[in-house]
Ligand binder design. Structure first.
Ligand code: GLY
Length: 426
């Protein structure tokens, strides 16, 4: 069996790793992949948004399954292209991926369907947008409508910050076409959590809860990043929150999409803000989260392939998904300077030693092979993921492995899971 994983991040290494260890023993291909996926199979040279190249490779090589990792190819319609060519593909069609591709569309669907989320307004005219901000005050959230590689969201603490974000997007083209329209949302208070759910068009199976840490510095300070670490499960997702997410978030969203003639198949990520056991949707993503996937898949008990196949075949059921009782944590190591400018090409040492730490896997993100060496090739470099009998045990193992690895200007947060540790009284 041949499986192609599209993408080159930590999420894709984790997906390829989980699929590689399936009892079906598939042959793994990744495009373009990284130095970690190269150890699991064959890396191809097509970029993740090279729809024509990936389509041609699939027609020539007939993979049994293609799993699409990132949002950009999904929003560009890669799933549609492959499905039209008769290739089995895991990932939503372009129309369904609009839940991530357009913040305005996601809000429209949520409000029409009665999904709990904050009030919002959209603007293309900077003067009207700034007038709205002055009327509403701060804190307030300004988002570029389209895909902005995780950089299009400003949580403005002052009216001035919000106005600057609006002018950057609408006048300064800071996000290109993605910022030609802004969505302004009311600020939500509470604690964030992530829930990923497999959806086969009809049935929803929610995966284990997790919590990401988006800011670059400890105590959640500094600019937003793609995620500096995650742990699973996140106890802020109580049984009551879980039930509400299933019914009020996934149930209502799918019902509203169905009314619009859109079938969702794949994974749908709900970024939630939770206050007093009431979840509100901050964002939808049409893909697995990164680094949540690394933490969540480490806890997946048994094969994942049957669940993926069931999503495609429309016969998904709860029995296909089981969790290990252990807790997991993923600590992201980045290049110094990220999320701003950073160096590439620095050799990464002691990866084998780190992988040898008990119950630990080093997932690669921005890495590449340079002769026999593994070197940094992106801002987010590695996701060190450990399982433990409890959260402190998982954290202890992950940080031993993190401290084993060295490369020039390596940076990571030392406080991953700090909210959960506080809840545990530690
Ligand atoms: N962890 C945030 C994201 O995947 O969008």
């Amino acid at each position: 069996m041949k499986i192609l994983v599209v993408g080159n991040g930590g999420r894709e290494h984790a997906l390829a790793w989980k699929l590689k260890h399936d009892s079906a023993e598939p042959e793994i291909f990744c495009t373009p992949g990284n130095a970690g996926t190269a150890q699991l199979g064959t890396n191809l040279n097509y970029g993740a948004t090279d729809l024509a190249g990936i389509g041609e490779w699939c027609l020539a090589n007939r993979p049994d399954l293609v799993v699409i990792g990132p949002e950009a190819p999904l929003c560009a319609g890669l799933a549609d292209v492959l499905e039209d060519a008769g290739i089995r593909v895991f990932g939503p069609c372009k129309a369904a991926a609009e839940l991530e591709g357009s913040k305005q569309f996601a809000k429209e669907v949520m409000i029409a369907g009665g999904v709990p989320t904050s009030a919002y307004a959209t603007f293309t005219d900077p003067e009207l947008a700034c007038a709205y901000i002055r009327e509403h005050g701060a804190p307030i959230v300004v988002k570029a409508d389209g895909l902005a590689a995780g950089k299009g969201v400003t949580v403005a603490e002052t009216v001035g910050q919000a106005e600057a974000a609006i002018r950057d997007a609408l006048e300064g083209s800071a996000f290109g076409d993605a910022g030609n329209r802004v969505v302004i949302e009311d600020f939500l208070e509470g604690e964030e959590a992530s829930i990923l759910a497999l959806i086969d068009g009809e049935h929803v199976v929610m995966l284990a809860s997790s919590q990401d840490h988006k800011r670059i510095f400890e105590k959640d300070r500094g600019p937003n990043t793609g995620g500096m670490g995650a742990y699973s499960p996140a106890s802020v997702v109580t049984d009551a929150v879980w039930r509400k997410v299933k019914e009020e978030v996934y149930g209502r969203t799918l019902a509203e999409l169905r009314k619009r003639g859109i079938t969702y198949k794949g994974v749908l990520y709900a970024g939630l803000m939770i206050k007093d056991d009431q979840p509100s949707v901050v964002e939808f993503n049409c893909r697995f989260g990164d680094p949540e996937t690394q933490a969540v898949l480490a806890r997946w008990d048994g094969d994942m392939l049957p669940a993926i196949q069931a999503v495609i075949d429309g016969n998904l059921s709860d029995e296909l998904v089981r969790w290990k009782a252990e807790h997991s944590v993923c600590v992201v190591m980045v290049a110094g300077g990220y999320p701003g400018d950073y160096e590439k090409g620095n050799e990464i040492e002691n990866l084998d030693k780190a992988n040898a730490v008990d119950d630990t896997i080093v997932f690669h993100a921005g890495t590449a092979l340079d002769g026999g060496r593994v070197v940094t090739a992106g801002g987010r470099v590695l996701g060190i993921t450990s399982l433990g009998s409890d959260l402190p045990d998982a954290l202890a193992k992950a940080y031993i492995a993190v401290e084993t690895i060295s490369y020039k200007d390596a940076f990571y947060r030392n406080d991953i899971a700090h909210r959960e540790l506080k809840r545990l009284g530690q």
